[in-house]
Design a protein around this ligand. Sequence first.
Ligand code: SF4
Ligand code: SF4
Length: 364
Amino acid sequence: MTAATIVRNSVLEVLQTAFRLVPWPTEAGLRSVGSPDESSPVLLTCNYDLTVRRLLAALEGCDAWVVVAATRGINVWCAAAGGHMSTHQVVSALKTSGVADRVRHRNVILPQLAATGVLALDVFRRCRWRVRFGPVAAADLPAYLGTGEKTDEMRRVTFPLSDRLQMAASWAAPASIVFGGLALFFAPAWALPLCALVTAMAVAAFTVFDRLGAHRRAILAAAFTAISLGVTLLFGGGLAAAATAAFTPLLMTAVLTFDYEGTTPLEGGSHFEQRKWTITLDSERCEGVYRCWEVCPEACFEKLEDTRKVELAHDDRCIRCGACVVQCPQDALFFEDSDGARIEPDVIRTYKLNLFGQRSVKAL
Ligand code: SF4
Ligand code: SF4
């Protein structure tokens, strides 16, 4: 990699982390890593530029083909959830990228988090490619390609500090532009303190907010209102500065902790709170294909090797992403509420119910 490429990638990494809430498309098509041949593995991902660059970096030292599908520049989980990384996009990318002319096999590895949107069985029916869902994190791909096995750690989604800080940066950057920009017009001396305030709030929201208990919104707003008012009065701000110092933390708390119907890692959707849909397994139907076990990001399933079935051993961890329901070839999984109302698998496959409440779905 040349020095210019390293500098360009570093700049893009910073910009795309800070503004990751907006789509950032890269060219779809076929990429090669190392010196792949006709038996090399084929991986497929979204065309979110940050994802593609991180994937290619993680594969350094491997020989592989990478198919980039056109998913409107959105990351894998969001694109799969929103219908932009679906069976159609995957089949289309496999047919048009030219990868079929480069390899002898027809096995493709998708990111595990695409499982909410891409129906593996339909991909096979439509273009004869066999889908396997790889690890959640690109960093685990070299180990996965080496053994062909996913460990429990490779299957589970965690929200580690590094991810939390990146999410904080993605809120702090646009908020700083808005608040700092306004301050530059009316009170330039307070622009930087305002940026520091919204950045500190974003960091707090993504690092400690979910551990503050039932009154967390009030705690977050009150703590930062007290800090910003104290600083303003200490440094001699007038009435307008004090009013801004009191108002900004309230507004930021509302923005950062708004219930985005399950689209934020911090809060679930309101619909989902009201209905308490529970993942349910019909053991009679289960035939032990283990697709659910392969795709569940919370490792809710345990294999029962002796009976070739699974059990929902950790359903308390379920985040209702719907991946297991979408992939189960036996329709043995569905959502049910306490009144016995059911949401059948085909409804989940059609409407991508992982964002409960964002799409209107009628319980059957
Ligand atoms: S529930 Fe469905 S996907 Fe899971 S092991 Fe049984 S048949 Fe396979
Ligand atoms: S819906 Fe629940 S059990 Fe199914 S894959 Fe998602 S987290 Fe796992």
